[in-house]
Ligand binder design. Sequence first.
Ligand SMILES: NC(=O)c1ccc[n+]([C@@H]2O[C@H](COP(=O)([O-])OP(=O)(O)OC[C@H]3O[C@@H](n4cnc5c(N)ncnc54)[C@H](O)[C@@H]3O)[C@@H](O)[C@H]2O)c1
Length: 296
Amino acid sequence: MLKIDLTGRRALVAGVADDAGYGFAIAKALAEAGATVSVGTWPPALNIFRNLLERGKMNESLRMADGGTLAFEKIYPLDAAYDKLDDAPADIRENKRYKELGDFSIEGLARRIAEDFGSGSLDIVVHSLANGPEVKKPLLETSRAGYLAAVGISAYSLTSMVRALAPLTRPGGSFCSLTYMASERVIPGYGGGMSSAKAALESDTRVLAFEAGRKHGVRVNTISAGPLASRAASAIGIIEKMVEYCRANSALPEAVTAEDVGHTAAFLASPLAAGITGATVYVDKGYHSMGMAVPS
Ligand SMILES: NC(=O)c1ccc[n+]([C@@H]2O[C@H](COP(=O)([O-])OP(=O)(O)OC[C@H]3O[C@@H](n4cnc5c(N)ncnc54)[C@H](O)[C@@H]3O)[C@@H](O)[C@H]2O)c1
C-alpha cells in the first residue's frame, strides 16, 4: 500500500501556541504519519501554551488515531523577528516573558537543535507563523515600520530559517510554509502589509527552492490555505465572514479544515512528494480558481 510514512523523521513546526491553528494540525498530521515533532513557540504565548498542555486543556486535540497522545519532543522558544539574539532590543531581552528563555532567535533555535540532536538530525521544517502589527489598517494607511515588521516576521523569517536549519537536515529534507491568497488577489481587510508579506513569501519559496535545493538538497514549498478562524486570523476582525464567503463560493461548497492542510503538509514532507519543490499548493476547496461569486 502507498502511504505517507514519516517513521524515523524529525520535524520542527514553528508557530504553535494552541490547538486552533494550522501549525497544530500540521504537527498532529506529521505525528500521525510517524514523525517525531518539536515546536517553536513565540515567547509571549509560551507560558499560556505550557499551561494549556500541563492542565490537560488540549488532551482531546492531542489524542491520536491509534489512541495514543501526541507529545512534543521539545518546545523551543522562538521569536522569528530576530535572526540573532543581539538583534533583539534590550527591552525585549529584559522583558519578563523573554528574560529566562536563553537564545530565542532563529540562530539560537538552530544551535539548540544541533545541541539536542546533533547536526544531520532534522528532516522536516514547517513555518506556520505570521504577524502584522497593523493588519487592521488598509495598506494605504500602513506605516513603513508596520509594513516592514509584517514582511520581516512573516516572510523574511522563512529565508532566515532555511539558512539556519537547512544545514542540519538529512537527505530528503523538506521545508513548508503557509501562505494566503491575499498575495495575488485583493482581500479587503487583510492589511498592514500582510498581503505584501505573503507575496514575498511565495516568491521566496521559488528562489529558496532553487538556492537551498542546490546547496543543501532540500525542497521548499508553500501551502496557500483557505481561511480558518485561528487565533492569529481572529485578530484580522473579519475571519468569520471570510470563512463563510469562501464556503459559499468555493468549487466545493465546504469550509477548509485544519486537517485538510495538515494532511497536505504531511504529504509534501514525505518522499511521495520528492518531485515537488518551489510550489504554491492551494488547499482551499478550489476557491482560488473561481472568477465570480455564486448567487445564493
Ligand atoms: N487562518 C487563516 O485563515 C490562514 C489562511 C492562510 C494562511 N494562514 C497562515 O497560516 C500560518 C499559521 O497561522 P494560523 O492562522 O494557523 O494562526 P496561529 O495563531 O495558529 O499561528 C500563528 C502563530 O504565529 C506565532 N507568532 C506570531 N509572531 C511570531 C514571532 N515573531 N515569532 C514566532 N512566532 C510568532 C503566534 O504565536 C502563533 O502561534 C500563518 O502563516 C498564517 O498567515 C492562515
